[in-house]
Each structure stands twice: as C-alpha cells, then as structure tokens.
Design a protein around this ligand. Structure first.
Ligand SMILES: *Cc1c(COP(=O)(O)O)cnc(C)c1O
Length: 324
C-alpha cells in the first residue's frame, strides 16, 4: 500500500540518441515518446500501487546488493540511469547525480558474494550498470572472476538502446574475461532498434557475449500482437534471444501503462500460433512485495473429472493426455 511518503515530480531524462529518435514525433502516440516523455497521468497514484513494488528494500543485504533467490544476487554498481523510463519500477528513486559505489563499497559487496557459496550467478543491474566508470567495472568483474562458486555474470542494461555509441572495444574487453558474461538488453519496441543499436549488438555478439532481451508489456506502446511479433523477430535477427515479457509492475502513477494479466495472456496465446518458438519470451510477473518472478501463462493444460490431462492446442482445440 502506498504511504504517500514520496513526493512525485515529473522530470524527463533522455540521451542524445533518444532525443534524435523522438524529434518531430507525436508525444501522445509515438512508442518512444510514450516511454520517455513525462505525462501528467503519472501523478495519479492509485490505491493498489506500491512505493517498493517488487520488494527490493526488504532484500537489500549490504550496500549495493539485493539478494532474494539463494543462487542469484544483484549488485547495483550505480544507482542513477542514463534515462528515466516512465514505467520503471525504480523511477521515483533514481538519483539525478552520479552515485557509483566507492571502491571500498564494491569490495564489501563482493565480499558478501564470496561468503555465500550458494550464489552461482551475479546480476549487475541499476540504474545503468554499463555506465559505471571503466575502472570500477573492471574491479567488479575481476573480483567476481576470482570467486570459484560464481558460474556466470549477467548484466541488465538499457545502454545498448539509449546510448549505443558507448559500446566500445574497451568496454567489451573489460567484461569479457574469464567467466561468461550474458547481457540482457531492455527493449520494448522495434523502433528502438536502429542501425546504431544493431551495430552495437553485433560488437557484443561478435566477441562471443550472448544477448537476451527483456520487454515490459506496456499499454499503448506494445500491447498488440503485430507490435510484439515485429519486436521479437527483429531481436532474433540481431541474435538477441527474447527472455522475459514483464507484466508492468505496480509502480506509483503507472496505471495508464498497465494492461490486465488476462490481456497479456491473450497476446501470448496469439503469438504462440504465429511466431517461431525461438522468438517467444516467457510472460512473467514479479509478484508484488518481493515474492519473486513467476510465469503467468497462458496455461495450455487442464484436467477432466477422470484426472486425464486436457491440453489445448494453439488453435484452441482440446486433446486428452493420460495422467501418467
Ligand atoms: C529479477 C530478479 C532476479 C533474476 O531473476 P531471473 O528469473 O533469474 O531472471 C534476481 N534477483 C532479484 C532480486 C530480481 O528482482
């Protein structure tokens, strides 16, 4: 429940790349404008919206670490972002100034990971983790590379979309050391994938860094079968595997962006029939208050009174399958 402890102020933050992309566009219709240009509707906070929608605060263990699942820990090297996406669950908490962890704080955060042998994956997120200064990013990666129980490093980033010119060989060399690094890019519409973005993605994939994507399902921006189809195909063509389609979080003042879960399921159902399996993300909900992410369907499986399994095919036909 929202305690109204927060004062909500509308302030745009965009990059030169996004500025160029939205020039001469209709701010009430263009899918990029709608994502980045503040709107009065954001001041309408509804009763079900929550200040800390996915329960990050509860799982913040030491400064810079969020640890919810036993095998995965987040590290946030930088709290500020290059842009303010109007639907972002950290939107109201994004600092305007540069807020990198200090070297001591980084060492402290990594020490936490080192002490817990169950942590197999470390996820750098933010803010914008790839905008962290090169020497601190190098410090993080090098320290993680020394921890035996860490199997993989994952980075969630919007930089390849909003500032593709910042993808440099130096950045790639900093990341691409011993442990495998996966990058999950945040992308919500095919119009975000410009030639510069495609070239940036190519720099990562050519150096052997696998790319995945996550998309927020957003009313008025991508809640159409054709729009999602085009987006996921374009990602696959650029060697980016669609990973998650996120149901929009209960962020204060984002009601105008949220679809119903039923609508999301209908979209996924439509995609199942028309879109290659490798283009399909998993539709997930981050359960409010920190209970984790789960797939939310649609479900193709039911049972009848004899305990037989009833499977629905992509056209809606039903088929019986034995219980074992
Ligand atoms: C999303 C998230 C993860 C990663 O979840 P996956 O399902 O593995 O992508 C890990 N920790 C926290 C706190 C998260 O919010």
């Amino acid at each position: 429940m929202n305690k109204n402890s927060q004062k909500y102020e509308l302030k745009n933050k965009i990059t030169p790349t996004i500025k160029k992309l939205i020039e001469n566009k209709n701010i009430h219709e263009d899918p990029i404008c709608l994502q980045f240009i503040a709107n009065q509707q954001e001041l309408n906070v509804s009763i079900e919206e929550i200040d800390d929608p996915i329960g990050d605060d509860k799982y913040s263990k030491v400064k810079g670490i969020i640890h919810r699942y036993p095998d995965r820990a987040l590290i946030i090297p930088k709290n500020d972002c290059l842009v303010t996406c109007r639907f972002c669950f950290r939107k109201w908490k994004l600092p305007e100034v540069n807020t990198e962890l200090s070297e001591d704080e980084i060492k402290n955060a990594i020490e936490y990971i080192k002490q817990d042998h169950k942590i197999w994956e470390v996820v750098l997120t933010g803010g914008e983790p790839l905008a962290t200064s090169n020497h601190k990013l190098a410090l993080i990666i090098n320290l993680l590379n020394k921890i035996d129980h860490v199997g993989v490093i994952r980075i969630h980033s919007r930089l390849p979309i909003v500032a593709p010119e910042k993808i440099t060989q130096e950045l790639i060399e900093t990341l691409n050391k011993e442990k495998p690094v996966y990058i999950v890019i945040h992308c919500n519409h095919s119009k975000e994938i410009t030639l510069e973005v495609e070239n940036g993605c190519k720099m990562f994939t050519n150096s052997g860094i696998p790319l995945l994507s996550q998309t927020a399902l957003l009313k008025g921006i991508n809640n159409k079968t054709e729009v999602l189809e085009q987006l996921f195909r374009k990602l696959i063509i650029n060697k980016v595997k669609p990973y998650y389609l996120h149901h929009a979080d209960l962020v204060p003042g984002t009601q105008h962006f949220r679809t119903s879960i039923r609508e999301g399921q209908e979209l996924m159902k439509a995609l199942r029939g028309t879109l290659s399996g490798i283009c399909q993300p998993t539709y997930v909900l981050d359960i409010p208050n920190g209970y984790g992410k789960v797939p939310i369907g649609p479900s193709y499986i039911n049972s009848d009174s004899n305990n037989n399994i009833i499977i629905t095919d992509y056209k809606g036909g039903e088929h019986e399958y034995p219980p074992k």
